[in-house]
Design a protein around this ligand. Structure first.
Ligand code: SF4
Length: 93
């Protein structure tokens, strides 16, 4: 009735489950956020560096992020909210 033995089926399922977990793990590792900074919109008001000094600083008359690849939005979300010109955009990756 069964062409394949129990162990063979078990091994096949184990292999498939491992592949699914490996794929899911890779997807989870990719998840994060990216700051897209529209420098041309920046008026240098400094609000972003005031609410998120860990990642935002003024450089001359423009702000700039220290890092743009994020695992969490953190205070960057506050910087995005407070920016009066919409220069800060955070997108999911
Ligand atoms: S809050 Fe916006 S406009 Fe103000 S310095 Fe930061 S990025 Fe520039």
């Amino acid at each position: 009735m069964f062409k394949r033995g129990t162990n063979e089926i078990k091994n096949m399922l184990t292999s498939k489950v491992k592949k699914i977990f490996k794929s899911a793990k890779k997807s989870l590792q990719k998840m994060g956020f990216k700051i897209v900074f529209h420098e041309e919109k920046c008026i240098g008001c400094g609000a972003c560096s005031a609410v998120c000094p860990d990642n935002w600083e003024l450089n001359g008359d423009k702000a700039q992020p220290k890092v743009t690849e994020l695992t969490e939005k953190g205070c960057n979300a506050d910087a995005q909210d407070i920016c009066p010109t919409g220069a800060i955009e955070i997108v999911e990756e």
